[in-house]
Structures are given as structure tokens and as C-alpha cells.
Design a protein around this ligand. Structure first.
Ligand code: SF4
Length: 344
């Protein structure tokens, strides 16, 4: 393969590409639709382009998706976790989550992660590198090819901290949202963060249309410092202030994610402090029972503990949901299939 990989280019970049090979810029729009709307990876199948144009493209470009090297289907939920092997030999994970009224794909944004959250399997890898736009979009196109399903929702909650790869994640989200491509609504695209306050501020200033989900997981600095070392740089108050600003200026609720770990962040006092936090914000709360990692001492809460914790939360006007495991049998938390394969 020689030339440029067209997967991962935006519509305007494809227009520029068309012009660079002496074609009209609207030809770039046609290629854009073939790649993202029809998920076509062979120029020869792009039948509304002339033969001459197609052979002209082939001289300077190619279409390359990341390769699926392993996958596990959950017997409990039918979720599928895919392991992708990238061209430099690194691997990343992507999860397809089918539900009654929607199909969600959870995308990775980095190979590994630098942020060392104590409950996370990806943290064990350290940071290896950021993913390119092509590798981010490539995960989605490959999952669509493999599952043959229409995807309705995208969450950037796989391996890595999306805000640490801000430009590529935003560009990928823009491509996913583009009406001439995958055409997934902005409010159906969610970018998670453990609290990169500088990036939340930038995001708000740039008025980006996608949802932000804040991974809260502890209700005071003392506990959050232990679970998520990034809190020493951006403490809880600075995160909540940035989220408040985001939700007021962009007129949308912040999503709070709370990984519930038995005996760690599930006490009555935690529920009280959490109530106070959610009352102070326009937000929705998502409780995620912890998915155990091999060799880790953290435990998943029992159903009784989960219900007890939720019953203790006092927040009449806040929507609270529990994201039950997307298949404990496929190790659905990010980084777990990767670490399992590395041990083989
Ligand atoms: S939870 Fe997210 S931010 Fe924290 S270490 Fe894992 S991948 Fe990184």
C-alpha cells in the first residue's frame, strides 16, 4: 500500500484530496459517502466514479481498516468485544453493545492510558500512543462490517482518556456525525473524561455538540486521589465547576459515571455526598457496578449493595440509571481482553 489512507479523512480533507489529483472537489464528497455511508473499502466498487478516476485514486491512496484479531460474544447480553491488531503490532479493544432500541459501539482513543485509575485494566498497560483518526473511525467501520447492524450510539469509553487525544477524537466524532456519512446524531455521541479540566473548558469554548460523560467514581478528594491520581492535578471542585459551566453554556446536562466498588465507594456517606454533588449540577447519573479484574482486590457490589446505595441517594429531579454489566463473561471493562491476550 502506498500513498494516503483515505479512512479517517473528513469531507473537506477528501475534497482537498480530490483537487490534489486534478478532480473536481465534489468528487471528495462522493468518496466520503462511499467510505462512511456505504462502508466500501474497494475503489473498484465505487460505481458512480469513472474508471479513469478510480485508477487515478489508486495511484495515490488506499483504504485500510484495522484488523480484528480476536472477539468474544457475551452469552449474557450478546455484546461483542473485539480485539484489533494495528499496523505497528499494538492492540486495542472495541465493544459492540446491542440493546432493544439501540446499538452502541464503545470506541478506544489511545493504546493504553497514562492516567493509572486503580480499578482499570487499561491502566496496567501504561500509555503506548494516541490512536489516529483512521484507527478510531476504522474500529467503527469494521464493527459495522462484522455485525451488519445499524449503529445508533457511540461512546468514547474504551481504552484511553479521550480528552488526552482531543483533536483526533473530535475529528472522528465530526466524521461520525456528518450527515453525508454515518449520520449519527450529536446527542447520541458521548465523549468520556476522568476530568481533564483544561479540555472540558476548551470543549465548552468551542461549543462542541457531543455529550460529555464525567467519570466521577469518588465523592471527595481524599478518596478520589486514591482511586484516580489525575484528581491530584484537577481536583473534584475544579472538575465540577468546569462541568457546571459546560452544562450552562451548552444547555445540556452533564453525564456522571460512577463505578460502584464494594466496600470502597458505596457507603451511606458516599451516597450522601453524591446526592449533594448531583443537586449542584444539571446532570444525569449512571451507576456502573464494578467488573472484577483478574489479580485485583476490588470487588463487584452485590445486587443488595447496589440497590441499597441507590436508595440512599437523595436527588428527586435527577435521572439515575444502572448500567448492568455488558457481559461479565466477556470481561467488558476496557483493557480486559487485551491484558488477557497478552498473558496467553
Ligand atoms: S479509566 Fe480511563 S482514564 Fe482511567 S486509566 Fe482507564 S482508560 Fe485511563
Amino acid at each position: 500500500m502506498s500513498g494516503i489512507n483515505l479512512i479517517g479523512l473528513t469531507r473537506s480533507e477528501l475534497r482537498n484530496f480530490a483537487e490534489s489529483i486534478d478532480e473536481k472537489s465534489y468528487r471528495g464528497d462522493q468518496i466520503f459517502s462511499w467510505i462512511y455511508q456505504y462502508n466500501e473499502t474497494k475503489f473498484s466498487q465505487m460505481t458512480n466514479l469513472s474508471k479513469e478516476f478510480r485508477s487515478n485514486i489508486e495511484k495515490s491512496a488506499f483504504l485500510d481498516l484495522p484488523k480484528i484479531s480476536d472477539s468474544i460474544v457475551s452469552r449474557e447480553t450478546s455484546s461483542i468485544k473485539f480485539l484489533f491488531r494495528l499496523n505497528d503490532g499494538f492492540s486495542i479493544e472495541t465493544v459492540f453493545i446491542p440493546e432493544k432500541k439501540r446499538n452502541t459501539v464503545c470506541l478506544s482513543s489511545q493504546v493504553g492510558c497514562a492516567l493509572d485509575c486503580q480499578f482499570c485494566a487499561t491502566a496496567k498497560m501504561g500509555i503506548l500512543r494516541n490512536l489516529t483518526v483512521s484507527e478510531i473511525i476504522g474500529q467503527l467501520l469494521s464493527v459495522i462490517k462484522e455485525t451488519k447492524q445499524k449503529i445508533t450510539n457511540i461512546v468514547f469509553m474504551g481504552m484511553g482518556e479521550p480528552m488526552m487525544n482531543y483533536n483526533n477524537v473530535i475529528k472522528a466524532a465530526d466524521i461520525i456525525h456528518d450527515q453525508r456519512g454515518l449520520n449519527i446524531g450529536a446527542r447520541k455521541i458521548t465523549i468520556s473524561t476522568v476530568g481533564m479540566v483544561n479540555k472540558i473548558k476548551q470543549y465548552t469554548k468551542e461549543k462542541r455538540p457531543y455529550n460529555i460523560a464525567f467519570s466521577l467514581n469518588a465523592t471527595n478528594d481524599l478518596e478520589r486521589n486514591k482511586l484516580m491520581p489525575i484528581n491530584k492535578k484537577y481536583n473534584l471542585k475544579s472538575c465540577l465547576d468546569a462541568l457546571k459551566d459546560y452544562s450552562i453554556k451548552l444547555k445540556r446536562p452533564a453525564m456522571l459515571e460512577y463505578v460502584l466498588i464494594s466496600g470502597v465507594n458505596d457507603t451511606y456517606e458516599d451516597a450522601m455526598r453524591l446526592s449533594k454533588i448531583i443537586k449542584s449540577l444539571n446532570c444525569k447519573l449512571n451507576i456502573i457496578p464494578y467488573n472484577p479484574i483478574e489479580g485485583e482486590s476490588f470487588k463487584r457490589p452485590t445486587e443488595y449493595e447496589i440497590n441499597n446505595f441507590i436508595n440512599n441517594i437523595r436527588a428527586e429531579n435527577t435521572i439515575i440509571t444502572v448500567r448492568w454489566s455488558q457481559g461479565k463473561d466477556v470481561n467488558a471493562a476496557c483493557g480486559q481482553l487485551y491484558t488477557k491476550n497478552e498473558k496467553k
